[in-house]
Design a protein around this ligand. Sequence first.
Ligand SMILES: O=P(O)(O)OC[C@H]1O[C@H](OP(=O)(O)OP(=O)(O)O)[C@H](O)[C@@H]1O
Ligand SMILES: Nc1ncnc2[nH]cnc12
Length: 131
Amino acid sequence: MHRTPSKKIDVIVGLDARGFLLGPIIALRLGAAFVPVRKSGKLPGECDKASFEKEYGVDVFEMQGDAITPGQNVVIIDDLIATGGSAKAAGELVAKQGGKVLEYLFIIELTFLQAGSKLDAPCYSIVQVDE
Ligand SMILES: O=P(O)(O)OC[C@H]1O[C@H](OP(=O)(O)OP(=O)(O)O)[C@H](O)[C@@H]1O
Ligand SMILES: Nc1ncnc2[nH]cnc12
């Protein structure tokens, strides 16, 4: 797997819900912060919001308003990418707060849905499912 040349990663963003299993472990290993992106109505305080369409309906993601410091390098992590709607929405939330998404990481990618082309940074997965 060819990866982005090494840069200091400041923040790992994990997506609700299974991104919470992977993200904190990787953040601890890297000495980075962990920021959760959650489905609407689950986080306290002021939140930024981004809606997105999935294979089966519309959803809204939220991130706490002060989660990212402008200029921080961010990696977005989830278990699976299908249409890419949720990953794209998470990328929009990071960008809104002035963060820079370096890459998107997944265990499984449904490559036949071609989600990688929707994202604003390289997309890496361990397992690719092509049909
Ligand atoms: O690329 P997409 O089309 O956006 O789909 C991928 C998302 O769908 C699944 O989560 P789901 O929405 O089932 O939520 P859950 O993790 O809370 O079960 C998966 O864990 C990703 O988060
Ligand atoms: N097609 C799919 N298969 C498994 N998990 C998913 N999550 C979103 N889309 C999915």
